[in-house]
Design a protein around this ligand. Structure first.
Ligand code: GLN
Length: 204
């Protein structure tokens, strides 16, 4: 079986880091700026960045609707930080005009950790992985509420935000509040690549 092609939404955000992480795992990874590029992909990563800018650019570049259509059609997608916000069905503290692609039956709170802790790092347990993951949070959202089909993959381990949900999966959709593309631990990308490979094997 040929390995899947995974796109990285490339109109805004930390695109290069995700492309590198995927390439390191031996996957064909391409930046997606146009609908034709999206068509070549079996799955998509939506990076961290600024979700309010992302949805506007996606609209300007005629990518918003094709993306929404593919996600509704079952394409696997993995959102990190702003990407998690883009995949959420509901947002708290979004801008008045902010629209998401949706797909994940979750409510996320933007910039949830507050100003004092704009950015922080910490180790946490991630479902299915043996050792802890070192998680980097940058003006991150957290997940306030999950629907019954959503699996919680990770929570903050300690500190004022202890117990907050920061990674989820629902069928072919996965999201983290933090940035697994920072650093050289590829295990979370590997979880997504395995999910995509399994999906492609099933649906062709
Ligand atoms: N706060 C940003 C947003 O609302 C997300 C930050 C990030 O992706 N690092 O989109």
């Amino acid at each position: 079986m040929t390995s899947p092609t995974i796109g990285v939404f490339a109109l805004q955000g930390d695109v290069r880091e995700h492309l590198l992480a995927l390439t390191r795992l031996g996957v064909e990874a391409i930046g997606v700026r146009r609908p034709e590029e999206l068509e070549r992909c079996d799955a998509l990563v939506i990076p961290g960045g600024e979700s309010t800018t992302m949805f506007k650019l996606a609209r300007t570049f005629d990518l918003f609707e094709p993306l929404q259509k593919r996600i509704r059609g079952g394409m696997p997608a993995f959102g990190t930080c702003a990407g998690m916000i883009m995949l959420a069905d509901r947002i708290t503290d979004g801008t008045a005009d902010q629209v998401t692609l949706g797909g994940l039956d979750i409510t996320v709170r933007r910039n949830a950790f507050g100003r004092q802790v704009d950015s922080f790092e910490g180790d946490l347990a991630f479902a299915g992985l043996d050792g802890p993951v070192h998680a980097v949070f940058i003006r991150a959202p957290w997940v306030e509420q999950v629907g019954s089909d959503v699996e919680v993959l990770a929570r903050v381990a300690s500190g004022p935000a202890a117990g907050r949900i920061v990674a989820v999966r629902q069928g072919p959709l996965m999201a983290t509040s933090f940035h697994p593309e920072v650093g050289d631990d590829s295990r979370i990308h590997q979880v997504f690549v395995d999910l995509v490979t399994e999906h492609v094997r099933k649906v062709g």
